[in-house]
Design a protein around this ligand. Structure first.
Ligand code: TEU
Length: 551
């Protein structure tokens, strides 16, 4: 399937729309909003996991891969969702969590009951001594990555929460089970698959980590990962030609991603990489406060754009997802220039080479949660980090300021639809409070504004669908040293495009060779195209030229 013409809308199902009043979003809620999503013009909807789970990590702790959690609805609801979305030209992408399962999963339960077949599905090791884990690796959610099982006198590995046990991909049965799960969902009509932290499945060795003490160097892009992906591909999605896949690759390299998502590597169609979102981590530490480093953001996006394109490989394009604070609060200006900066970020994401993702709420410029108290947070990572920072002696105020900027809950607040109770998200009590400014910013209000952010997304998505240059044109970095403007060109046959985006509230002027160019899109009125382009706060312009050969 051609992928560079696709646009994906991501729904965090718990927070999108609650049809039955239990405070959780559900599938029927989404079905009721499909007309809204269709208006945006997207090709796929990616759902975070909705299968049975104890919900310690909101569904990324899977207890049963093939049954829907009753709080989201039923299998019939999924079938109706697929059908109704299909009528609107939209396909459904599901999230496959294959690095780990919940400890409630039947496989794990059998494993700890001593069944050797299922023990080999997971990674159990002897400790170094009494009460001492097999190595010094740390969980990504804080604390040691190993948990002791007394009846086995062994420890199991969990790179994430203690309730998320890592699967043992060295056992070929694990890959086969995962392939069966993909095939099951394909049969149901699912046509997109997002593979959670899939570059962590090959654990190279289990040595103590002398560097960061977390072990990532041994299991990130591990020694057999490409082999495992090729096998999964061959046993499942690679058998169909109407499927799109994307793998989530933390801490990865361009070199590996060219393999994961190259044109003919037999692995995946595309990858999410995260380096460009770590530009506000002081000394690489997420739990710090610092303004984002614009030059670094630019350098990273440029090197990934050109590096992937040279190899004919494909990147997913995104500034938001369910693990990130809202980009408008992070890289834009969610106060005075909310509309301008929201649209500017949309231009960058939509005009680069790759597959753009729009995360629910982004299309109306929803900002961070702005919570005042720890009692408002729900995310396991945020709550663990709160406890760790408390223990280290940090003041409450400081911790709350950090969570306010960095917590994953910032990106998970319920969608504000209208002026109704709970902004129309639920008639019950929302599982996570709405963002503080949710009443001020709603779908209803944005749609009523012809100059709203939704209208900009709709226009940009339509352009992407219409124009080969946006899909297939080459990407050329421009103005690499400019301190406030993100600029690039696209080139396709006799067509050219120049994209200029001011990332700041200060006006600036840039030099560009604009002869023959006309304005394709701008987030301000009255744009004058010239070689000295004046860019107002967060202004972004897309210029286009088509050279016609002289007769
Ligand atoms: O995320 C992987 C991941 O690396 C992030 O959770 C990251 O560790 C975190 O944001 C650090 O700040 C995926 C899912 O997207 C995430 O929601 C899950 O919690 C995680 O895997 C475990 O399945």
């Amino acid at each position: 399937m051609k992928t560079l013409d696709k646009v994906v809308y991501q729904i965090y199902p718990k927070s999108f729309c609650d049809a039955d009043g239990d405070g959780w979003g559900d599938i029927r809620g989404v079905i009721g909003k499909l007309d809204y999503i269709q208006k945006l013009g997207v090709d796929f909807i990616w759902f975070n996991p909705m299968t049975i789970s104890p919900q310690n990590d909101n569904g990324y702790d899977v207890e049963d891969y093939c049954q829907i959690d009753a709080r989201y609805g039923t299998m019939e609801d999924v079938e109706e969702l697929i059908e109704e979305a299909g009528k609107r030209g939209i396909r459904i992408m599901f999230d496959m969590v294959f690095n780990h399962t919940s400890t409630h999963h039947a496989w794990f339960q059998k494993a700890i009951a001593g069944d050797p077949v299922y023990k080999d599905y997971y990674i159990f090791k002897k400790g170094k001594g009494e009460g001492v884990p097999p190595n010094n690796w740390q969980s990504k959610f804080g604390g040691p990555a190993w948990e002791y099982v007394p009846q086995l006198d062994e420890w199991y590995l969990h790179l994430f929460d203690v309730s998320q046990a890592d699967l043992n991909w060295e056992n070929p049965r694990v890959c086969e089970e995962c392939a069966d799960i993909v095939n099951f969902w394909y049969e149901k009509g699912i046509r997109g698959f997002r593979f959670d932290v899939i570059n962590l499945i090959s654990k190279g060795c289990f040595a103590d980590d002398p560097n960061l003490f977390d072990g990532r160097q041994y299991y990130t892009d591990g020694p057999h990962v490409h082999e495992y992906l090729k096998r999964l591909n061959a046993l499942s999605f690679g058998r169909y030609d109407d499927v799109m896949t994307v793998g989530e690759m933390g801490n990865t390299t361009i070199e590996n991603c060219v393999q994961y998502a190259g044109a003919d590597t037999g692995e995946l169609d595309s990858v999410f990489s995260f380096h460009h979102l770590k530009v506000d981590y002081k000394d690489g530490n997420k739990w710090t406060l610092m303004p984002f480093d614009f030059m670094k953001l630019k350098e990273l996006l440029f090197s990934w754009q050109t590096g992937m394109q040279e190899a004919g490989a494909t990147n997913a394009l995104f500034f938001n997802n369910h693990d990130q604070p809202r980009a408008i609060s992070r890289f834009g200006n969610d106060k005075q220039y909310r509309k301008e900066s929201g649209k500017m970020l949309a231009v960058v994401n939509m005009m680069m080479r790759g597959i753009p993702y729009v995360y629910y709420g982004e299309e109306i410029g929803l900002p961070n949660a702005d919570f005042d108290s720890i009692t408002q947070y729900r995310d396991v990572e945020s709550l663990n980090r709160y406890a760790i920072m408390k223990e280290e002696g940090a003041a409450e105020e400081e911790i709350l300021a950090i969570l306010n900027a960095k917590s994953r809950d910032n990106g998970r607040t319920p969608m504000p639809w209208s002026d109704d109770e709970n902004c129309g998200f639920t008639s019950g009590t929302p599982w996570l409070p709405l963002a503080k400014r949710a009443g001020e910013i709603t779908v209803e209000k944005d749609l009523a504004d012809p100059d709203g952010i939704f209208a900009a997304y709709k226009k940009l998505i339509a352009l992407r669908h219409e124009m080969s240059i946006i899909q297939d044109g080459s990407f050329i970095p421009l103005l690499q040293d400019h301190p406030s403007v993100f600029a690039f060109a696209r080139q396709w046959k006799e067509e050219s495009m120049i994209v200029l985006c001011n990332f700041y509230a200060e006006e600036t002027t840039v030099h560009a060779e604009t002869e023959g160019y006309t304005l394709l899109y701008g987030n301000y009125e009255d744009v004058i195209v010239s070689d000295e382009m004046k860019l107002r706060p967060y202004e972004s312009v897309v210029l286009y030229r088509k050279d016609v050969e002289a007769e």
